[in-house]
Each structure stands twice: as structure tokens, then as C-alpha cells.
Design a protein around this ligand. Sequence first.
Ligand SMILES: [Zn+2]
Length: 69
Amino acid sequence: MDNNRIGWDWQQMYVVCKDHVEIAIDRFVDEYEEAPDIVDLRDVTFRAWKPPVRCEERDCSCEGRFLVV
Ligand SMILES: [Zn+2]
């Protein structure tokens, strides 16, 4: 997948585990007032970006699985 093709803003993204996807979507909509794309990080690799290994939700140590962007 080409990062630039879809026109994502890489300042506006969360990487979360499957338990925190819903929370991340809600937060994204609250902050940016648009619906995010959800990308399963197991399905894609990025040439110019390495996703965080862990969920970014506070105090969560689960695998960072989904990109909410
Ligand atoms: Zn999490």
C-alpha cells in the first residue's frame, strides 16, 4: 500500500489494540470531525513508516494491531 495514495494525515493517527479500536475511532471523530480509515497492521507494510509495537492507549500493553488514521 502506498502511504501517499490515500492522502492520510500522519499527524492524525492512532495505533491501538483490538480492544481499543472503538475508543480510538470515537476520539478521532471527536478531534478531527471525520471518520477515520481503519487498517489492520497485519495486512499491510509501510515503506517509510514503522508502526508502534504497542497500543498507544494509556496503560495498555497489548499489541498495536490497528491503525486509525
Ligand atoms: Zn489497547
